[in-house]
Design a protein around this ligand. Structure first.
Ligand SMILES: Cc1ncc(COP(=O)(O)O)c(C=O)c1O
Length: 377
């Protein structure tokens, strides 16, 4: 097992300051309205077994990096679904079904979103059809099927599974619950984002320290934009928002750099599967193009090590189960701290209270165990 000293060589791949930055609460809340955010919290906090997920302290790491606090929001404990996605898809299912019982819900997914939708449908006694690409692991499919959904595997990538889902949903009048928005498809993704904002509502009650920096992982940007909306609504002071992506799938960084929604080519999939996305969702783009202070990308190199270090109490007093997508916030925080120029630009110092979103636990048990033993070598 590596000691904490080993992290002083960790690097970020890219760092981009957003020259277009301006965090305006009203602008953000024009997209995700205040009443929608309040409704999401009111609804979800009323569900059976609802509990705030723990806000942990990475006390060993904060000492090492000479920061005041590093908070870690542990979404592995979210409703037994082991990821923040439980807050979004399931809430959207409840809102769009409007109490009707004779409808069928459908969705295409890389894993966790589909699980949330399937669980949301089961809670309400609705039928559910989920579409996945050939790359989604059997263990993720099994987790979706556990909630009674019928899963169809589609040859090709995520886009192929989405096209098949749209085709069959139109034909059969199923209601699609997708977390990715386009110019023409906004309502459901907005609902999922409002669900994700609940993490910030909880944090606003879990600490009275002002958060100064939030490291936010992004795939299509839904989680990041939902959290930003939560910040606009619930935080008194605005922290710096740092978007984190795999360097093989840096569609947010490239869009902010070129100031337009940019579709990128993914040459090789990242091990952080949920974040391996080639194009941002439309509303998150509108929000993040202004609200993010900077973007960071990281390679897959330290994913397994970070996962093992979380589990083996190298960063905190408590053992933490964080899956592959929970690691890049920590990797990029360490990488930025090792890079004096970047550290200075985002002003990380001994007064900083950093928030990391531990967005998933061992949602894919097989992959988690493989990465854990690799990371311990
Ligand atoms: C499991 C998982 N999937 C997906 C994402 C990305 O979310 P989004 O596509 O909404 O940006 C994350 C976090 O970044 C995640 O942890």
């Amino acid at each position: 097992m590596k000691s904490l000293k080993s992290i002083n060589k960790w690097k970020i791949s890219k760092f981009l300051k957003n020259d277009n930055f301006s965090f305006e609460r009203d602008y953000i809340l024009k997209f995700v309205s205040s009443s929608l955010l309040l409704n999401a919290y009111k609804t979800v906090s009323g569900w059976k077994n609802y509990k705030s997920t723990p806000l942990l302290s990475l006390s060993k790491l904060e000492k090492d990096l000479k920061l005041n606090n590093i908070f870690y929001k542990d979404e592995s404990k979210r409703f037994h679904l082991k990821s923040f996605k439980a807050l979004g898809g399931a809430y959207a299912v409840e809102k769009i079904s409007k109490g009707k019982k004779n409808i069928t819900i459908s969705s295409a997914t890389a894993g966790n979103h589909g699980r949330s939708v399937a669980w949301g449908a089961k809670r309400l006694g609705l039928k559910c059809k989920i579409f996945v690409s050939q790359y989604v692991s059997n263990s993720r499919v099994h987790e979706i099927e556990k909630y009674g959904a019928e899963v169809t595997r589609v040859k090709g990538d995520y886009e192929s599974s989405l096209n098949e889902c749209i085709k069959l949903s139109k034909k059969n009048k199923w209601k699609i619950v997708q977390d990715v928005s386009t110019k023409k498809y906004k309502l459901v993704p907005l609902l999922t984002m409002a669900g994700y904002s609940i993490m910030i509502k909880e944090i606003s009650k879990q600490t009275n320290q002002y958060i100064t920096h939030i490291f936010l992982q992004a795939g299509v940007g839904g989680m990041a934009a939902g959290v930003v909306a939560g910040v606009a609504k619930y935080f008194k002071r605005i922290p710096k928002i740092i978007i984190v992506e795999p360097d093989r799938a840096d569609c947010v960084l490239q869009s902010i750099k070129t100031r337009k929604l940019k579709k990128i080519k993914i040459k090789k999939e990242s091990i952080m599967g949920g974040m391996s996305c080639n194009e941002m969702s439309y509303i998150p783009w509108q929000i993040l193009r202004k609200a993010s202070s900077c973007c960071v990308s990281v390679s897959d190199k330290n994913v397994a090590k970070t996962l093992a270090m979380l589990k083996d109490k190298k960063f905190s007093k408590k053992s933490i189960i964080g899956g592959e997508c929970s690691t890049p916030g920590i990797i990029s925080l360490i990488g930025v701290c090792n890079n004096s120029k970047a550290r200075k630009i985002i002003d990380l110092n001994e007064k900083s209270n950093v928030l990391i979103i531990g967005c998933e636990g061992n949602a894919d048990v097989k992959l988690y165990n493989q990465l854990l033993s690799k990371g311990r070598k």
